[in-house]
Design a protein around this ligand. Sequence first.
Ligand code: NI
Length: 185
Amino acid sequence: MAIRDILIIPDKRLRVKSEPVKAIDAETRALVDDMFATMYAAPGIGLAAIQIGVATRVVTMDLAAKEESPEPKVFINPEIIGASAEKSVYEEGCLSIPEYYEEVERPQAVKVKYLDLDGKEHEIEADGLLATCLQHEIDHLNGVLFIDHISKLKRDMVMKKFKKAAKQGGGKPLADDTEPSHHIG
Ligand code: NI
């Protein structure tokens, strides 16, 4: 189990569409272990494999509050198969866009199909934070970032800041995070 580096925008790998997992094997389990180690260390509540540079459709998540016992969840090849007409707005953040938060409107509830680590298929109906987080992470698997859901003006501004910081060798141009739990993943 190893804590891996999290890719930061404008890293182009974050725009890659990840490939489905064909066989759940030792390599998949090792990837999931590294993803949990990286996600908990960040700290974040969700992580997509591409955020550590692996273009495969794997998501880890833990929405338990700090004082609660951990509730690690793994979603392999997750797919949104239904979404509510009703929308909700949540202030999102992303470990690949550190210290930047913006309100994003998404369907309030989604139905998601996925495999667990044993290859068993599940279907869940999610709402609230779980629905937001699943949509955010599944977006990552498709090369989509939460800033794609905000205004072009705001997106251009944040991209410009991170591009400038990347040129200067550092990836964190914004102020220190005061509420790390905001980072969805
Ligand atoms: Ni993210």
